[in-house]
Write a protein that binds this ligand. Structure first.
Ligand SMILES: [Zn+2]
Length: 254
């Protein structure tokens, strides 16, 4: 065998291995038979002192309610209890994740970006300890009043998410709503809001059986908003005002 053929063979072998590991990770987390470990890696999104102080003061306790939320919600669907879900706090990451392609972009741009993100995660986190765990990079910024942060996202392949959040203790509860939403994307859940940001009926409503349907009292976590009327929706204050709806439950194999 020529050296060139050998090199190609090794490369193909590595690609097959990577694909196999990705498949195994995805299947393992949605079996719900083994504990699901989520690791939050805080990223300082700007050099401000407020962000510095906030990130340095973070503890895993701040994210505990995410695990509690999943467990409680799973009880509405599963006869067998799911294994515990824990949220650990990883070491702060210095580098920012690669920026997501904005506006019009090709499918290739999207693929390249997702590879860049996987490479970023590979460099920023321990390899073996991260196998089978969901890694969420939470980029904290001071934020300006009325100026929206970048869009957060969760990727199924590689069990990765990037969450843009506000570095303020009074935002903790709402940050946890966004983190839980992106976490569920990594487990296979799809968005349940329309182009205008309104919850899709019926699967995006907290209680699809409510009669009359509006106003709703809770938000379906993948819709992200409490529908007050067919045209008005409010951001929930915390995970206490959120539920996992039937379609999301199906998608994440509950
Ligand atoms: Zn989403």
């Amino acid at each position: 065998m020529s050296f060139r053929a050998f090199r190609i063979l090794v490369l193909l072998g590595l690609l097959a291995l990577a694909a196999g590991v990705t498949w195994w990770e995805g299947a393992a987390v949605t079996s719900w038979k083994r504990p699901l470990e989520i690791v939050v890696y805080p990223v300082k999104g700007d050099g401000s002192e407020a962000v510095q102080r906030y990130v340095d003061g973070l503890t895993a306790e701040r994210f505990r309610e995410i695990g509690v939320f999943l467990r409680e919600q799973s009880e509405r669907y599963r006869i067998e209890k799911i294994a515990p879900v824990t949220v650990a706090l990883g070491k702060p990451v210095r580098k920012l994740p690669p920026p997501r392609p904005e506006g019009r972009h090709s499918a290739l741009d999207a693929v390249l970006w997702s590879l860049k993100l996987r490479y970023y995660a590979f460099k920023a986190t321990p390899f073996f300890d991260s196998l089978g765990t969901v890694r969420l990079f939470v980029v904290y910024r001071e934020g300006e009043e009325g100026k929206a942060l970048e869009h957060s996202l969760g990727l199924r392949k590689g069990l990765l998410g990037v969450v843009h959040a506000y570095a303020a203790p009074k935002q903790d509860a709402q940050n946890n709503v966004v983190i839980a939403h992106e976490l569920l994307h990594t487990l296979g859940a799809t968005d349940k809001y329309d182009g205008a940001g309104m919850p899709v009926r019926p699967e995006g409503l907290g209680d699809p059986d409510r009669d009359p349907p509006y106003p709703q009292q809770t938000a379906e976590i993948m819709a992200g908003r409490v529908a007050r009327s067919p045209t008005e929706a409010a951001i929930p204050d915390s995970l206490a005002a959120c539920v996992v709806g039937y379609k999301t439950a199906f998608e994440i194999k509950w």
